[in-house]
Design a protein around this ligand. Structure first.
Ligand code: DGL
Length: 275
């Protein structure tokens, strides 16, 4: 609920975050660190993960249902932490919801343009994100850049397996990024929730000179802008909580999710989705 104090409005309602599964917890972990006073409601669509290989219509259908659930939880802002859902569903959710909605593609694109000196930017992501060309479009809205894209469908299962530093992962990463390195990119956008966990392996492959863009950090800045602009920041009286909802297998979410969230996860409830 929004309350007016002397000069500013405060709002102690939670921030809603959703993803196809565990991956969005990397984004939530960053935002939670930046906003220690804020409460969060997270929804992981574990019944339908992965989104990366699904069609736009399907991802939009799931995203709409999750967004309505979050609205019922009285969230004050929705962050679409999933790159694929941001690419496919952000425009429609922005149009239909009364609360602010942000995705990770625009903030990641802004950060990439800001970081790149030679204006040659690589983007890696799921088949859906890359096929949508949403990073390419957003980057070029800000500045004319050469954007080289690469879908990396094998990386999500490897990270979920916990093989972030394994040899097999390193050689698959190398195969995916080689064509981008041939184009002399100086910046690489990690356009998928899972890739921040591969930073070490990626660094080894691309070298120290290429800047890796983690959309989660850029998204936290965007959250700050919106909460400030719309006077939605929580205050110290907020009784902070973190709630997690999933569409399947809460036990697995707690187990695997803790690796993505870098903290133990409690409070996970299963919600039946109708689609
Ligand atoms: N969360 C997805 C993304 O960032 C990756 C996992 C999936 O394919 O669902 O695109």
């Amino acid at each position: 609920m929004q309350t007016k104090t002397k000069n500013k409005t405060i709002n102690n309602n939670p921030i809603g975050i959703f993803d196809s599964g565990f991956g969005g917890l990397t984004v939530m972990s960053t935002i939670d660190e930046v906003f220690p006073l804020e409460s969060f409601v997270y929804f992981g669509d574990t019944a339908h993960v992965p989104y990366g290989s699904k069609s736009k219509d399907t991802v939009v259908k799931y995203s709409k249902e999750i967004a309505s659930f979050l609205v019922k939880c009285k969230v004050k802002l929705i962050v679409i932490a999933c790159n694929t859902a941001s690419a496919f569903a952000l425009p429609i959710l922005k149009k239909t919801l009364k609360i602010p909605v942000i995705g990770v593609v625009k903030p990641g694109s802004k950060a990439a343009v800001f970081a790149s000196k030679n204006k040659k930017i690589g983007v890696i992501g799921t088949e859906g994100t890359i096929g949508s060309k949403s990073y390419l479009r957003e980057i070029n809205k800000i500045s004319r850049c050469k954007v080289y894209q690469q879908a990396c469908p094998l990386l999500v299962p490897l990270v979920e397996e916990g093989w972030n530093d394994a040899e097999v992962t390193a050689s698959i990463v190398q195969k995916y990024v080689e064509p981008l390195l041939d184009k002399q990119i100086d910046t690489l956008v990690l356009g998928c929730t899972h890739y921040p966990l591969l930073k070490k392996t990626l660094k080894k492959n691309v070298g120290e000179k290429i800047i890796l863009i983690d959309s989660a950090e850029a998204t936290a800045d965007e959250v700050r802008n919106i909460l400030n602009k719309k006077h939605l920041l929580a205050n110290t009286k907020n009784k902070k909580f973190l709630r997690f909802y999933v569409s399947d297998n809460p036990g697995k979410f707690k187990r695997i999710g803790s690796r993505f969230f870098s903290k133990k996860i409690f409070n996970v409830k299963k919600i039946e989705m109708s689609c």
